[in-house]
Design a protein around this ligand. Sequence first.
Ligand SMILES: [Zn+2]
Length: 272
Amino acid sequence: MSLNPLRLAVALLALSTLASCGPAAAQKPAAPAPAAAPAPDPRLERARAAMDSIGFPMELRDGFESESARFLALLEPVLADLASDPMRFARADKLVALPEDYEAADLALLKPLGVAVSRDDHRLRAGAAAALAAMSKAAATEGVTLVAASTYRSYAYQETVYARWVGELGQERADRVSARPGRSQHQLGTVLDFDPIDNAFAGSKPGLWVAANAARFGFSLSYPRGLEDLTGYDWESWHWRWLGLPAATLQREFFGDVQHWLILFLEAWTRV
Ligand SMILES: [Zn+2]
């Protein structure tokens, strides 16, 4: 009898396939192949890497992991703001200083915009100034007057402020209440102190109104109560930084409403 070489090859192949399967696998019908897992979203991987690098707290990580699609939806407009205006999200804290010569190009006087001011020369960057004007107007319709008591400060001005605190309190205590030159958020031109510059502000009518409404206008509290170890500063209920509505919303929804974590995250995002 003649051997068909093709048949022989097929038979050998079938045998070898069987031999490679375990007995259980050979008896069970093959399970349907599982649907291929969707490829991980590279933005989520990048967010995780950024969070890892800043030691982002686990309880906030859980919120991010359980609602990651919503996180990304809120992050997108923040990344657009970050791309068009990186200084709005710049770090200025105990560890990272701004360039000595950094001065915002778009500083605008507040008084002509209808903002109540303690001095006529108070200025903020255009976006922050417009947001503050809108917020002041909204507060006024509810019978609340917001007064800007400190706004943009140049590097040189911060030098004199810090030196005055050191003279009054000594350096160690001064470092908890005042920033060294280059380390003040006020140099960003997006930060203001409301009147009074004192935690009596928190319980005042303007203070309560600001705490309840500032996020709607894109403002965020820089130094919350009880977070001194994280931010490096005592609680400052009067000191607010404008980040824009998308970032203020993201901060509230996914960063425990802690500005410090959002700023660190965005800095890490550009790095990882
Ligand atoms: Zn301040």
